[in-house]
Ligand binder design. Structure first.
Ligand code: NAI
Length: 348
């Protein structure tokens, strides 16, 4: 019997290492392709059974129709977020599964790294001491202890992040559209409305998904309500923040610092090497000029444990698809509204 074929978009050397290792158990024929997914590159998957895509691959209606023409039955996302997929176009045409959890610790710990770095300016101290400059002028930080941190989105990652913040002795206030009051009581934090969170938080960390509701959650209006000098951490999705409003807030001083692992228009730049090129995106270029802004290139997920879990779960999802049974990590347009998985049946 011929091997089942998987066409793998946006493949990086570390993806190949972890997927080749996980694939020892499955024996699929994986074809790695370094480019992103778009209607043109979608055609390259002809002859494959399944495609594997990542966060900056735009899985839109055009791409889905190319896959359908070529009898590709499944898109296996190797990410938790799926805001890059047109689920309505996919429904009934192609199965879509994701990796709902691989290491919430990885992302929460990265958010904490951004927060600590911005506070104590270790990103700048590293360069100063290497240059023989042992001055500490400009590096004044604050005690995290007893400061108020506002966490938006109390899911798997938000919960891990809250544990870290509580470990520092911070006061945690939280916003989620669904509240788990007994969890909050047990842990010792409080749910508040967004306006109260904006008004009280010294640091705000975003851990909610990108959706029409959360698109540009941080904008001119919300920034106006924030405490002067607030630190904003975003490891969620770039479009949670209206970047131009963030830049205006940084210039006026309302925003004291920003740690961004994600950026609105990241798909062209993040994960790629532009060190010998000119950055054409003036908004990104402006962000990179602030001493109190730290941009990382969507690396929150990037730990050994997370990559191993991502590879295992993605290939397990693909196996479930080939086996023809229930796809427990399927995401579909209908499940978003009313989850069909309770019936333990395929979504379509
Ligand atoms: P999750 O699904 O466990 O939790 C999301 C939480 O956000 C839920 O409690 C949900 O009720 C809440 N939420 C949904 N809509 C909301 C709204 N309008 N306002 C406030 N809260 C809302 O997801 P998880 O695993 O905690 O991941 C969160 C996000 O982190 C993902 O959607 C993804 O965008 C991002 N992420 C970033 C990574 C990185 O490498 N930087 C890696 C993995 C995830």
């Amino acid at each position: 019997m011929s091997k089942k074929k998987i066409f793998f978009y946006d493949a990086k050397p570390y993806d190949k290492d972890f997927f080749n290792k996980a694939n020892e158990k499955f024996g699929y024929d994986i074809q790695y392709f370094a480019g992103h997914l778009n209607p043109d590159t979608a055609r390259l998957a002809k002859g494959s059974d399944v495609v594997c895509a990542f966060v900056n691959d735009a899985v839109n209606a055009d791409v889905i129709s190319v896959f359908k023409e070529n009898n590709i039955g499944m898109i296996a996302l190797r990410s938790a977020g799926y805001n890059n997929v047109d689920l309505r176009a996919a429904y009934g045409n192609i199965h879509v599964a994701r990796v709902p959890a691989y290491s919430p610790y990885a992302v929460a710990e990265h958010a904490a790294a951004l927060m600590l770095t911005l506070n104590r300016k270790t990103h700048r101290a590293y360069y100063r001491t290497r240059d023989g400059n042992f001055s500490i002028n400009g590096f004044l930080g604050f005690d995290m202890y007893k400061k108020t941190i506002g966490v938006v989105g109390i899911g798997k990652i938000g919960k891990c992040f809250i544990d870290i913040a509580l470990g520092f002795g911070m006061k945690v206030i939280a916003y989620d559209k669904l509240r788990d009051e007994s969890y909050a009581d047990k842990k010792g934090f409080k749910y508040v409305e967004l306006n109260e969170l904006y008004a009280c938080a010294d640091i705000i960390s975003l851990h909610c998904p990108l959706s029409p509701e959360t698109h540009h959650l941080i904008n001119e209006e919300s920034i106006k309500r924030m405490k002067e000098g607030v630190m904003i951490i975003n490891t969620g999705r770039g479009k949670l923040i209206k970047t131009e409003a963030l830049i205006a807030g940084l210039k006026s001083g309302v925003i004291g610092s920003a740690g961004l692992d994600v950026y609105e228009e990241e798909s062209e730049y993040f994960f790629e090497d532009f060190s010998n090129a000119v950055i054409g995106d003036d908004v990104l270029a402006r962000l990179l000029t602030f001493p109190n802004v730290l941009v990382t290139s969507h690396q929150g997920f990037f730990t050994k444990e997370a990559l191993a879990n991502i590879a295992d779960t993605t290939l397990d999802n693909i196996k479930e698809y080939f086996d023809g049974g229930f796809l427990k990590n399927e995401i579909c347009y209908k499940c978003e509204k009313e989850c069909l998985k309770v019936k333990d049946k395929r979504c379509f």
